[in-house]
Design a protein around this ligand. Structure first.
Ligand code: TLP
Length: 349
């Protein structure tokens, strides 16, 4: 049975072109700075983000952690959303390993932080207070439905942070999805930020890795922190080779994932017992919930779907996330919709 895996775009396996590039990759010891493939990828990433320098790291989590630790000292505060990936899903690393205090303010449904909330959260000079050092945004915003933040909003948030002497970091795990959705270059979305992390291993399909991008002296600090975290890799050029293919050939096609997410949402909207989030999908993620009268919970429905070869993410007891990606074809969409129909019919709705 052909499995349709909609749990995340992190499940994407490398493409044949990536596997070939990996096999041919020129490598060296990257801890000595001698891996030509890593060096090339870092130059490409810096160029794509319009920043001076970039550093290859093992994951999006390591990218955010090392960037936030490079901006903030122990006891400093980062202002970020209560639905930020860094708050919800990074194992509290910034507090556990960096002593950085996460000041959470509400994420708006469109993934933004209200500018007034940011302003109100910035601490005054007082020995009782942590020192406000950083604002962190997420683009696209995962838990806010894969919402893309606009250039205009990002600029306003950057200006506000900088007016108060704070830095701006963007968790741009899916920044290229945002760029495609907004019809802009990724560097325009990154421009207002002092640092940005983006991932190769999500919609771009590479097997491993993320890039932290920013000014040269900042990236030098991130480099030292990556070493402290045990993230200095050796012949990692085999991974970078896939990342280079990702940047060269996998960005523009993200529009196909967004189109398939729209088709998927249209199909799911016709199923009794399933309620779609307003405005979903915003990029490559469809969020939907079970209606109150459905006598199964999301885990049970997901199990019934898995029996039919369709895997979905369960994000709360009655809620699902379905993510489209390179390995989801047009014909998989009606198949997934049919599986949902059958699974819910089985529940007697
Ligand atoms: N997100 C994963 C899960 O951890 C939830 C997913 O399936 O979406 N920032 C954002 C916005 C992310 O969505 C993720 C991964 C990360 C950072 C962390 O990236 P990795 O998994 O490479 O550490």
């Amino acid at each position: 049975m052909n499995e349709i895996d909609l749990r995340s775009d992190t499940v994407t396996k490398p493409t044949p072109a990536m596997r070939e590039a990996m096999a041919r990759a020129e490598v060296g010891d990257d801890v000595y700075g001698e891996d030509p493939s890593i060096n090339r990828l870092q130059e490409m990433a810096a160029e794509r983000m319009g920043k001076e320098a970039a550093l290859f790291v093992a994951s999006g989590t390591m990218g955010n952690l090392s960037a936030i630790l490079a901006h903030c000292g122990r006891g400093d505060e980062v202002i970020l959303g209560d639905k930020a990936h860094t708050v919800l899903f990074e194992a509290g690393g910034i507090a556990a390993l960096g002593g950085v205090h996460p000041r959470q303010i509400p994420n708006q449904p469109d993934g933004t932080l209200a500018l007034q909330d940011i302003r109100d959260a910035i601490r005054s000079e007082d020995a009782h207070h942590p020192i406000s050092r950083l604002v962190a945004l997420e683009n696209t915003h995962n838990r806010c439905g894969g919402a893309p933040l606009s250039v205009e909003y990002t600029r306003q948030a950057g200006e506000l942070a900088h007016e108060h002497g704070l830095f701006l970091h963007i968790d741009g795990a899916r920044l290229f999805n945002a760029a495609v959705a907004e019809g802009v270059e990724a560097r325009e979305l990154a421009e207002p930020a002092d640092s940005v992390t983006f991932c190769l291993s999500k919609g771009l399909c590479a097997p491993v890795g993320s890039l932290v991008c920013g000014p040269r002296d900042f990236i030098a600090r991130v480099h030292r922190i990556r070493k402290q975290l045990g993230g200095g890799m050796r012949q990692a050029g085999v991974l970078a080779a896939a990342g280079i293919v990702a940047l060269e050939s996998m960005v523009d096609r993200l529009a196909d994932d967004h189109r398939r997410a729209r088709l998927l949402a249209q199909g799911l909207a016709t199923i009794p017992g399933l309620e779609l989030d307003p405005g979903t999908p915003k990029t490559n993620m469809v969020f939907c919930s079970l209606a109150d009268d459905v006598p199964m919970d999301a885990t049970q429905v997901a199990a019934a779907l898995a029996e039919r070869g369709v895997r979905v993410g369960v994000v709360s007891p009655r809620r699902f996330r379905l993510v489209t990606h390179y390995w989801i074809e047009d014909e998989d969409v009606p198949q997934a919709v049919d599986a949902f129909c059958e699974a819910l019919r089985g529940s007697g709705v």
